[in-house]
Design a protein around this ligand. Structure first.
Ligand code: ZN
Length: 140
């Protein structure tokens, strides 16, 4: 038994002590070193990647992004002007007309980062002239 470092307060204790001299916490075994597999897996967990779409968008705040805001399968260039708690806002410039659109993060189907540009795909309702809707019909 060697001197041990208290896991609670980091004080160093003599081997014979069963409780930390400083904080009185009982001796605890140090955590086992990570296995090779755990180290491999840890590379895929978060790292530098944003945890949420909100975090992803914060990095793009103010930038031009692509989004299918008008037609389900057509991407349009807009500006990401707001990244809020439960929704994000885009500014759609059409000549002199400015339209602010707000979407909840839950409306996002996927985001694609291609050549430095972010494109966002959101749920859109699709209606045909017939009685049946094709594609997605998920209300937003
Ligand atoms: Zn201690």
């Amino acid at each position: 038994m060697e001197d041990w470092t208290c896991l609670d307060c980091t004080a160093i204790n003599e081997a014979s002590c069963r409780h930390c001299w400083k904080c009185k916490a009982p001796y605890r075994l140090p955590p086992a070193p990570l296995t090779e597999e755990e180290v491999r897996q840890s590379h895929f967990v978060n790292g530098d990647a944003p945890n949420t779409f909100r975090d992803l968008f914060l990095r793009r705040a103010g930038d031009a992004v692509l989004i299918n805001c008008e037609e389900p399968s057509k991407q349009k260039s807009v500006r990401l002007v707001g990244v809020h708690g439960e929704y994000f806002s885009i500014l759609d410039l059409q000549g002199r007309q400015q339209t602010l659109r707000h979407y909840p993060y839950g409306a996002i189907l996927s985001c694609t980062e291609h050549d430095g540009a972010l494109s966002i795909e959101v749920h859109r309702q699709v209606f045909t002239k017939g009685a049946f809707a094709v594609g997605m019909s998920i209300p937003i």
